[in-house]
Design a protein around this ligand. Structure first.
Ligand SMILES: Cc1cc2nc3c(=O)[nH]c(=O)nc-3n(C[C@H](O)[C@H](O)[C@H](O)COP(=O)(O)OP(=O)(O)OC[C@H]3O[C@@H](n4cnc5c(N)ncnc54)[C@H](O)[C@@H]3O)c2cc1C
Length: 478
């Protein structure tokens, strides 16, 4: 994965825009560029495009959507921006945060109304950090539905997609203008295609152990549950082009992955009043800080494991998630009518478990204060039957990457934009500050879809040489 001088390549053919990666970011970018009147070619390494997008719950936060209005939810760009900044302690790029908050609502409406991507508003619970109900997702709340809907939309739009096309080298002139790329086919053949603009939508470096150890040492030994093909190629190309890397220590972890089944068990069970204990039956952290930073808390526990403890009331919103139903059908969720029985089915020490349950009950009643700082009083205490599931902490995806401007143009180390290189989604710097604590639920697909759309619009604008004034609010060129 490197960048070669432009004169080394002859191209079999040329397209105006090449997009690397067919996850939610690449497909959204392709739809937006195509809507804006530019021809695009999407190159995807896998034979069957899935990406981390398919592994996700498919939930995208957005403010000011028609789905929110239909349910009378009073949200705004300002509120969303404030929530994002509060979670990341104001340490994300403020321009990108504002840009994404502003473009989020129109992006959801555009996907649903212009491209028939089936979405609904999740209104059964709040995710930590979001002050309004603003998670939009496919009906079964799986990322594979989102990915399939986007692939269908791309097919309907007549967008060219080559699968089994692993992009290897970029070709660039001395000033950093990309003139084309080479990609390897499954039979080993190398092909070259020329382009006028390149969009990097090939996610981050979670699938590259060496980069994870270098940039996120605390997760070097954590299991990676993201897509294996995301090997940090955008980082390598960016470095070779003199691009700025930003927030490389930022990532989405998850403190609740059903063990050993490897499926994310929704944090909804925590937000409804559930809690975690380690294998000695003790609580160990404030579960409401966020599921991302909680990954490390779980990894620090004996055997790197914890048990989620909750009840049927807490389970209700989880039942809307396909993954949760799968976890139940695999027998990972234990049920018990008493604490003694719960200790028996989990193997947790009964005295410690009883003590933890009594303590949490006292926090919920308001007769004691949680030393970890969680406010349990907003939910009723747990009641039998009790539920429990064994979980571990994992790395889901990286949030650091290429620094971009508000038009998703990749920036050099001196802050100037490269001439025709765009990056979005996991390939670009995200919205989560420099570490794990800044990740707010949905930040991954938020930057993939919203910045993906902006990248498509901006690349189309570049190759069609249209001015911003010639574009309407959906990015279509008049
Ligand atoms: C288990 C799990 C649950 C998650 N849940 C959520 C959630 O509910 N909400 C949320 O916002 N985020 C969630 N995320 C994060 C979210 O999935 C990602 O942030 C998002 O999918 C990134 O989209 P993307 O298009 O940038 O990357 P991907 O969907 O990973 O797509 C990138 C594509 O690029 C391809 N590629 C890579 N390198 C090359 C190359 N050199 N040549 C050609 N192709 C290449 C890959 O094969 C891949 O298909 C979750 C992640 C995981 C793993």
């Amino acid at each position: 994965m490197t960048v070669r001088p432009a004169h080394e390549a002859t191209f079999e053919y040329r397209v105006p825009i090449v997009i690397v990666g067919a996850g939610s970011c690449g497909l959204t970018a392709a739809l937006a560029a195509n809507d804006a009147g530019a021809d695009v070619l999407v190159l995807e390494r896998d034979e069957n495009p899935t990406g981390s997008t398919s592994l996700s719950a498919g939930l995208i936060p957005a403010a000011g959507t028609r789905f929110q209005r239909e349910k009378g939810i009073d949200d705004s760009v300002d509120l969303f921006e404030a929530d994002l900044n509060a979670k990341a302690k104001g340490q994300s790029d403020p321009v990108i945060v504002r840009t994404v908050a502003e473009a989020s609502g129109p992006t959801i409406d555009w996907l649903a109304d212009d491209h028939a991507v089936e979405l609904h508003l999740v209104d059964s619970f709040y995710y930590p950090g979001h002050s309004r109900l603003r998670m939009h997702g496919p009906l079964r709340q799986t990322g594979s539905e989102l990915e399939q809907s986007l692939l269908s939309a791309a097919e309907r739009a007549g967008i060219d997609l080559i699968t089994g096309a692993s992009v290897e080298d970029l070709f660039a002139t001395e000033d950093g203008t990309i003139v084309g790329v080479s990609f390897r086919r499954p039979d080993g053949e190398l092909e070259r295609v020329g382009c006028d603009a390149l969009v990097l939508a090939c996610n981050g470096f979670g699938g590259n152990r060496q980069m994870v150890s270098q940039f996120i040492p605390e997760m070097a030994d954590a299991e990676y549950y993201g897509h294996a093909s995301n090997t940090g190629d955008a980082v390598d190309w960016g470095k070779a082009l003199g691009a700025q890397l930003a927030d490389m220590g930022s990532y989405q972890g998850h403190g609740s992955v059903a063990y050993p089944h490897g499926l994310p068990l929704t944090w909804a069970v925590m937000t409804q009043g559930g809690f975690q204990v380690n294998l000695t039956g003790e609580r160990f952290a404030n579960e409401m800080k966020g599921y991302s930073e909680h990954a490390q808390e779980v990894i620090r526990q004996p055997d790197h494991l914890a048990w989620n403890i909750y009840d049927e009331r807490c389970e209700k919103p989880a039942l809307a998630f396909h993954d949760y139903k799968e976890i139940c059908s695999l027998g990972a969720v234990k049920r018990a009518s008493s604490v003694d029985e719960l200790a028996a089915v989990t193997g947790l020490p009964v005295d410690a478990l009883k003590r933890s349950m009594e303590q949490v009950e006292a926090y919920a009643d308001g007769t004691a204060i949680d030393p970890f700082g969680r406010d349990f009083t907003q939910q009723p205490p747990l009641s039998p039957p009790y539920l429990a599931a064994k979980v571990n902490g994992a790395l889901f995806h990286t949030q650091g990457g290429l620094a971009i401007n508000s038009a998703t143009r990749v920036l050099r180390t001196d802050g100037a934009p490269l001439p025709n290189l765009f990056a979005a989604g996991g390939a670009a710097r995200g919205l989560s500050g420099p570490s794990s604590w800044g990740y707010m639920s949905g930040n991954g697909l938020l930057s993939a879809t919203v910045l993906g759309r902006l990248a498509g619009i901006a690349a189309a604008r570049l190759v069609t040489a249209a001015t911003p004034q010639q574009q309407d609010d959906k990015g279509k060129i008049a």
